[in-house]
Design a protein around this ligand. Structure first.
Ligand code: GUN
Length: 166
């Protein structure tokens, strides 16, 4: 299936980090602010889930959220995901279905870690799912500013420049 067909079939929209997404699940149940960590202002749904499509001509820029995020591989090329822990450890993971070569069909990005992603193969796409709990809210989402992030993690300046836009 072509990229455009998948975008239309799943009703995907552009995401501020790059790529396309569509929220497919938002629990009706809610968690009060008092039961959440201090990172959260206001209440949140228990959980949300999205389809996320990344194409080879772009990347998902470094961002972080207040919740752990679970990535699930569905279709297309594997994805290389870069993680930067708060204390500056860089780790790479390949999200895909080739288990023999160390790819993982499910990957957890811990809350507060910076992360960015790219499609491994040229001229194609990757379709994954991203699930979070508490449910997603753009108040919990921070897109990295290139200069600030590079100042905080000077050892990773090249990587940060590659995976930020502004
Ligand atoms: N809903 C809108 N954007 C996102 C995102 O980046 N991750 C998750 N899990 N849900 C979202």
């Amino acid at each position: 299936m072509e990229i455009q067909q998948i975008i239309e079939k799943l009703g995907l929209e552009p995401h501020p980090e790059g790529g396309f997404f569509k929220e497919v699940y938002r629990s009706t149940g809610e968690i009060d602010q008092g039961s959440l960590s201090e990172d959260f202002i206001g209440k949140r749904n228990y959980s949300t889930s999205i389809y996320f499509m990344l194409t080879s001509d772009t990347f998902s820029a470094f961002h972080r959220i207040h919740q752990d995020e679970i990535w699930h591989f569905y279709k297309g090329s594997p994805i290389r995901l870069h993680c930067l822990s708060p204390d500056g450890i860089h780790e790479e993971f390949i999200i895909g279905s080739d288990l023999e070569n160390g790819q993982v069909p499910q990957l957890i990005v811990p809350a507060g870690y910076w992360f960015a992603a790219e499609v491994l193969e040229e001229n194609t796409f990757a379709l994954v799912g991203c699930t979070v709990s508490p449910g997603f809210d753009f108040r919990d989402f921070e897109l990295a500013e290139r200069e600030k992030l590079a100042e905080a993690y000077p050892d990773h300046k090249t990587l940060i420049e590659q995976f930020t836009r502004e």
